[in-house]
Design a protein around this ligand. Structure first.
Ligand code: ZN
Length: 287
């Protein structure tokens, strides 16, 4: 689906709905201190998603922080399978990533992921990004997995222990997970919806691996419940995939589940902070 198509499909929550959602959340978990949306797109070049817009949603929905990545539209031409890189695209990509890094450096409620493309600029990773966004759909231009730069980039990711948010075809998802081989955590967004589907990943045993995480963005309540029942709450992250999903509505999906407050707190905050090493792995403080 295109960005415009999803925008049209998406219904903006009314203020009333958002308030109802917040009330419900605090009734369920009165002591919760932080909620972090671990999957939001933000950028101000080829699509208009400036941080001010993101911030409005966070405030309205009672969300305390956000992990941000650039919109795909600022990284490569997703509509051209034979896309050729150019200086203009290299600059656009650099600006898109830096925009988020600058936000992270000036605020305590923003966490920036580096959106990688085929130039595999490993030197960028040391600038302070908290993770890597790796994104491609079946009909979009391909990552050059055989390029030595790709291997060098991955080695840097392992050294820095950055989580990789991986959205790829089913085949390439399995390939890259095997190649990474547990050397750094991998997060599969949407509980696998755009990585071949929840069931296919479930059957292939991908989530049996303790280094594989999932986010809840746009996943069904049934899939979220099934994941929690089978694997517990330690490897699931709350995310909305804004602007494709509404943070308030995506959060409400979690608060409607019958799960304990400790588990909910892990999903909406603690697991993410552990992944980006903001809190120690074994620690259990209120986040
Ligand atoms: Zn996304």
């Amino acid at each position: 689906m295109t960005f415009a198509g999803l925008q049209m499909r998406r219904r903006k929550p009314t203020k009333d709905m958002a308030q109802r959602c917040i009330r419900t959340f605090y009734e369920v978990v009165p002591k919760i201190m932080k909620i972090i949306d671990s999957h939001m797109h933000c950028g101000n070049q080829n699509v208009r998603l400036p941080f001010e817009t993101v911030q409005g949603y966070l405030r309205e929905d009672g969300i305390d922080g956000a992990c941000l990545f650039a919109p795909v539209e600022d990284i490569y031409d997703r509509y051209d399978y034979h896309f050729q890189d150019s200086l203009a695209w290299i600059n656009c990509r650099q600006k898109a990533n830096e925009y988020l890094l600058n936000l992270q450096q000036s605020r305590t409620d923003v966490f920036a992921y580096y959106f990688v493309w085929n130039d595999f600029k490993k030197k960028e990773l040391k600038k302070g990004y908290k993770g890597v966004k790796w994104h491609r759909h079946e009909d979009e231009p391909v990552y050059h997995y055989d390029d030595p730069l790709c291997e060098a980039f991955l080695q840097e990711v392992y050294d820095l222990q950055l989580p990789v948010l991986l959205e790829e075809s089913f085949e390439n998802t399995c390939y890259l997970i095997k190649r990474i081989n547990g050397r750094t955590p991998v997060i599969i967004p949407h509980l696998g919806m755009l990585n071949g589907g929840f069931e296919a990943l479930f059957r292939s045993g991908v989530w049996d691996d303790e280094t594989i995480y999932a986010d809840t963005a746009l996943a069904s309540s049934w899939e979220i419940s099934r994941f929690l029942e089978k694997y517990g709450s330690g490897r699931l992250l709350f995310g909305s995939d804004f602007p494709f999903g509404s943070p308030g509505q995506e959060l409400q999906k979690l608060t409607r589940l019958t799960i304990g407050s400790e588990d909910l707190e892990s999903v909406v905050c603690r697991n993410f902070l552990r992944l980006i090493k903001a809190i120690p792995r074994q620690d259990h403080p209120a986040c």
